[in-house]
Design a protein around this ligand. Structure first.
Ligand code: C2E
Ligand code: CA
Ligand code: CA
Ligand code: CA
Length: 274
């Protein structure tokens, strides 16, 4: 029995070692991809429930690995966060999103996702200012999406940066609301412009009374606090109808469109915006 136990430990070590090596390789590929500008942005439209037109687009990072094919952003963003590459990647994506917007009508806004780590260096605000200045994009055309992972730490410096970004005219959105440890007290700490209800609730809205009640409660809260409410992950007409009826102000999901490369979204926007 003793030997067997020892053997298992050995086997475990070998697997772990392979995993570590695999990770280092991907990390090194990621570093190269960031430097070469191989990580690109696709854009998904966010529709106004009132007008049925596109009101903004969300920038979503894409990495097509040379040999492995597409790697999910869930994977490479987490890797960039863990390996200290997120600042560099995040900076490039902010610049890219701002300059891509120049191909769209002046009424169109773009939402960029931020990792909590990007608030750590203290350079986020100056990076954003620089991107706006260099591209000439009006600050009110930029939205930044943050998750509770940022707010949960609740440090003074974080909120100071959010306030400063907001004072520039940028909108701040709370993403993925309702999952994890989301708390209503976040809205007391910072006046978010919009709240995005996590797609897990939208997926269940027709079948689960609880999911529907949660969505209704968040919409009610949004009304009281003058926050727009975005439902994400809308995949069919039934969900679209329920959400519009409940009073969601904005809708996003495959029902309207998948995320697309710049050229395609620019065409979509030209056809579906004011
Ligand atoms: P997220 O910010 O919650 O983005 C929404 C995700 O839902 C995207 O996945 C989008 O493609 C997907 N989605 C959109 N409509 C539907 C739908 O109708 N049904 C379903 N099932 N999914 C839908 P994606 O592009 O794979 O991104 C995953 C996550 O990776 C994002 O979640 C975000 O947390 C992160 N991410 C992506 N790009 C960036 C980035 O540039 N910076 C940072 N920090 N994170 C990013
Ligand atoms: Ca998002
Ligand atoms: Ca989300
Ligand atoms: Ca998410």
């Amino acid at each position: 029995a003793k030997k067997e136990g020892g053997g298992r430990v050995c086997l475990f070590d070998a697997t772990l070692d392979a995993q570590v090596r695999e990770r280092r390789m991907l990390e090194s590929d990621l570093r190269t991809a960031i430097n070469r500008g191989d990580i690109v942005l696709h854009y998904q439209p966010v529709m106004s429930a009132r007008t049925g037109m596109v009101s903004s687009v969300e920038a979503l990072a894409r990495w097509e690995h040379e040999t492995r094919g597409p790697i999910s952003p869930e994977v490479f963003i987490a890797l960039a966060e863990d390996s200290g590459l997120i600042d560099e990647l995040g900076r490039k994506l902010i610049f890219r999103a701002c300059s891509d917007m120049l191909a769209m009508p002046e009424t169109m806004r773009v939402a960029v996702n931020l990792s909590p780590q990007q608030f750590k260096s203290g350079e986020l605000v100056s990076t954003v200012r620089e991107a706006l200045k260099r591209t000439g994009l009006a600050p009110n055309r930029l939205q930044l999406e943050v998750t509770e992972r940022l707010v949960i730490e609740n440090t003074q410096e974080t909120f100071a940066q959010l306030e400063e970004l907001r004072s520039l005219g940028i909108q701040i959105l709370m993403d993925d609301f309702g999952v994890g440890h989301s708390s209503l007290s976040y809205f007391q700490m910072f006046p978010f412009d919009k709240v995005k209800i996590d797609k897990s609730f939208i997926a269940d809205i027709e079948t689960s009374k609880t999911a529907r009640a949660i969505v209704e409660a968040v919409i009610g809260l949004g009304r009281q606090l003058s926050m727009g409410i975005v439902a994400e992950g809308v995949e069919c007409q039934e969900q679209n109808a329920v959400l519009s009826e409940l009073g969601c102000t904005h809708l996003q999901g495959y029902f309207f469109s998948r995320p697309m490369p710049l050229e395609e979204i620019a065409q979509f926007v030209a056809k579906n915006a004011h």
